[in-house]
Ligand binder design. Structure first.
Ligand code: CMC
Length: 426
């Protein structure tokens, strides 16, 4: 392929450099395009635009490939742990045993929240959606840990990253406990990241809490599967917010707010609610007719990037069966999900539009079996994605070419006109 793209406007020819990545599509460098040509490029939804250079995550949507720092997601889900994946995303390489033990210690010893935080939670209504609580609570972290918000200091950036990864499970568990009216459970340093989180969610003062290795492993795997996904809506939100030099905690709160939407992280809650609404296998054909008539979407299906299959969905499906098998749950919704998947995958409407099950299709059933209510699903996604957000945010600060994000627009509104006094308007 040539190393230049040529564009002609009104008989004038412009040459645009083509930049090659280590894998994946090349990009046409339009950074000087406006200065040279006095025109903008137009790409709402960024369907053809690379907003940054990154070395963290690679997706080939057509081939169903997802790599973190080069490692395939199925290998990480099978062989690694969430904390090790956190280290990998943040630092670029898998840790040595010594590096991992220091990292593990750092995260474990930052899990507690400032005591004043309990009072902060009490300001929320008990029936608030836990994602609303998360957005507020994480945004408030800079009010509690103001010693790590200098974004120009690499050490302070690292401390913020560790604090976020460490405290998200504590905040998420508290958001859960608060909505169900149970006392907060403090973190325990002798437990693994995922075990500690499950204990903070499900332990009650009235009885002992017993860890279940299958559920702990499933939780850890769910966190791994959600850890990063290159420049999706919430990650781009974090980068854009961070490009102004905003505090890291504020940027992550912005990411959480974006994730909440039903087209993004909120889809796992909606996918389960959809399965509940369908209820039984015999109702599926009627439901599919509604999808085809564009009355509603099949939640948990389709993806902006994956047009073959979502590699995370495969691992999630396996994890779902493991959890249900371990708990001895015979969930009729799983039967509905499997039948829905079968029908959708053989129906031309879905085949033509390349609509395959995404990660959210099976995560809802799994999380429900583990004891989480639907309104907590997106919270768990936010907890896991925090490491992706903060790794991408950190990478942005390490890039000497960093600029404040400032998209352009195609203006189609009124052109300049004179103000008319109110009594003279027709
Ligand atoms: N059910 C029915 N039709 C669909 C669906 C769906 N889930 N998704 C896309 N389509 C149709 C869409 O109507 C359009 O049809 P037509 O060409 O006839 O107008 C065609 O497929 C292309 O869709 P699109 O809107 O151009 O696709 P997109 O890349 O902009 O949207 C998406 C991607 C994820 C927003 C969308 O597929 C969707 O809303 N899915 C349901 C929500 C969901 O499960 N989201 C979770 C994504 S995975 C977790 C995450 O990363 O956040």
């Amino acid at each position: 392929m040539s190393d230049k793209a040529v564009l002609t406007i009104d008989g004038k020819t412009f040459e645009l450099p083509i930049i090659k990545g280590s894998t994946g599509p090349d990009v046409v460098d339009v950074r000087k395009w406006y200065a040279d040509s006095d025109t903008f490029t137009f790409d709402p939804g960024f369907t053809s635009t690379a907003s940054c250079e990154s070395k963290i995550t690679f997706i080939d949507g057509d081939a169903g490939v997802l790599l973190h720092r080069g490692y395939p997601i199925d290998q990480l889900a099978e062989k690694s742990s969430f904390l090790e994946v956190c280290y990998l995303l943040l630092h670029g390489e898998l840790p040595t045993a010594d590096e991992f033990s220091k990292f593990d210690h750092n995260i474990t010893y930052h899990t507690m929240l400032h005591a004043q935080f309990d009072r902060f939670f009490e300001g929320f209504r008990r029936d608030a959606h836990p994602m609303a609580v998360m957005t507020g609570a994480v945004g408030a972290l800079s009010a509690f840990y103001s010693d790590s918000i200098n974004v120009d200091d690499a050490r302070e950036r690292e401390i913020s990253a560790h604090r976020l990864i460490a405290k998200m499970p504590t905040i998420a568990a508290r958001a859960f406990k608060y909505t169900i009216g149970q006392p907060f459970v403090s973190p325990r340093n002798d437990l693994s990241y995922s075990e500690n989180f499950l204990r903070m969610c499900f332990a009650v003062p009235a009885e002992d809490w017993k860890p279940n290795p299958v559920l702990t492993r499933a939780m850890d795997r769910i966190f791994i599967l959600h850890a990063d996904h290159e420049q999706n809506a919430s990650t781009s939100t974090v980068r854009l917010a961070g490009s102004s030099g905003a505090h890291p905690f504020a940027c992550i709160a912005a990411g959480i707010a974006c994730l909440w939407g039903p087209s993004h992280g909120g889809a796992n809650q909606e996918a389960l609610e959809m399965l509940e609404q369908i209820g039984t296998v015999d109702k599926i054909p009627e439901f599919i007719e509604g999808v085809k008539a564009r009355k509603y979407k099949l939640m948990g299906f389709g993806h902006r990037v994956y047009k073959n299959f979502d590699p995370r969905a495969k691992v999630m499906q396996k994890t779902c069966h493991e959890v249900l098998g371990q708990l001895g749950i015979n969930d009729p919704l799983l039967e509905v999900a499997m039948e829905l998947e079968k029908i959708a995958l053989s129906d031309p409407f879905f085949i033509e539009r390349k609509l395959y099950p995404n990660i959210d299709f099976y995560s809802g059933i799994t999380l429900r079996a583990m004891g989480f209510p639907t309104n907590m699903f997106t919270v768990l996604f936010a907890l896991a994605r925090t490491v992706g957000w903060i790794s991408q945010w950190k990478e942005m600060f390490e890039d000497p070419a960093r600029k404040i994000g400032r998209p352009r627009q195609l203006y189609t509104g009124a052109t300049e006109r004179d103000y008319v006094a109110i009594d003279q308007r027709g």
